[in-house]
Design a protein around this ligand. Structure first.
Ligand SMILES: [Zn+2]
Length: 297
């Protein structure tokens, strides 16, 4: 009997130690993920301490005169008072694929999952990405504060308004695109047929609580003069083809040249064409997501 009791105690102890090890592993892994943000935003000061009382990393974020105390909160960067509604927010870091997912490989299950995910009812449930970190980095808490940073300039020879912060990045992007267009006919055609490059607009993402990157001046839509029978944006396709918009073959989506996508990505911009709910004209500045996905390769 004593022997059984001993092994019982031993099992309990080892389960406990194992659980603790798992926990500390996770804590250390999270610390590594925070480093991605330090790298992505070098002008921001991140002061990081472990807070035993909530068992999570406490991150004091400072940029110029803006400051906030946030918690890692599963990659959601939340202030203490929001920790209780953690589940409503989505994480900053997510898998961003190397290639566009081809609908011809979708299973019935995939299709159902996309239907559920893109359903307006489900999309309005969450709060989306938490605004607290970006408010410190970009000073975009209100329309008034945002607009003090919006600057008009030429991007690919089109007038655009974007956040000051990405002006230099967009300038680097366009320099490379112009350079490549001299030797790449597809890129030259893309430039010659560009209609507009629109960035800042104070608006929300349709049918979700998520704030659009356009409303911070951190996204840019490159719109061609025409797209014939092709399709630019998943929700416009949904208006035509209700439940089956996601089955549209890849070749029927308008795409910017691969080289253009690569140049944007190398400067920290995501292309919306790789999202399951594709937005093929859309690029947004997410250096942390690019760094995170490069790290996993
Ligand atoms: Zn857009």
């Amino acid at each position: 009997m004593k022997k059984y009791l001993l092994s019982f105690v031993f099992i309990i102890l080892s389960v406990n130690i194992f659980a603790q090890e798992q926990l500390s592993k996770e804590i250390l892994h999270n610390r590594e993920l925070i480093k991605i943000f330090e790298k992505a935003y070098p002008q921001v000061n991140f002061e990081i301490n472990f807070d035993e009382s909530v068992n999570d990393w406490k991150i004091q974020v400072q940029c110029e005169n803006r400051i906030a105390t946030l918690y890692w909160a599963d990659g959601k960067f939340l202030p203490k008072e929001e920790l209780g509604s953690k589940d409503l927010y989505s994480a900053f870091l997510y898998p961003y694929p190397k290639e566009v997912a081809d609908p011809k490989n979708f299973t019935q299950e995939d299709i159902q999952r996309i239907r559920d995910f893109s359903n307006p009812k489900n999309r309005s449930k969450g709060k989306g990405t938490a605004p607290f970190l970006y408010n410190v980095i970009y000073d975009v808490e209100t329309r008034l504060s945002t607009e003090t940073h919006i600057k008009t300039f030429l991007f690919l020879n089109k007038r655009t308004n974007a956040h000051n912060y990405i002006h230099k990045k967009l300038d680097d992007v366009q320099k490379e695109i112009f350079e490549v267009s001299k030797i790449n006919d597809e890129v030259k055609f893309f430039l010659d047929n560009l209609n507009s490059a629109d960035s800042y607009a104070w608006r929300k993402i349709s049918d979700s609580g998520n704030r659009s990157f356009h409303s911070m001046g951190l996204a840019i839509d490159v719109l061609p003069k025409g797209w014939g029978q092709k399709n630019l944006y998943w929700a416009w396709r949904r208006d035509i083809d209700g439940d089956n918009w996601m089955k549209l073959p890849l070749e029927r989506r308008w795409m910017p040249p691969q080289k253009v996508i690569e140049i944007f990505e190398s400067h920290g911009f995501l292309w919306g064409g790789k999202w399951i709910i594709w937005d093929n004209m859309h690029f947004e500045y997410r250096p942390e997501v690019i760094l995170y996905n490069n790290m996993k390769k």
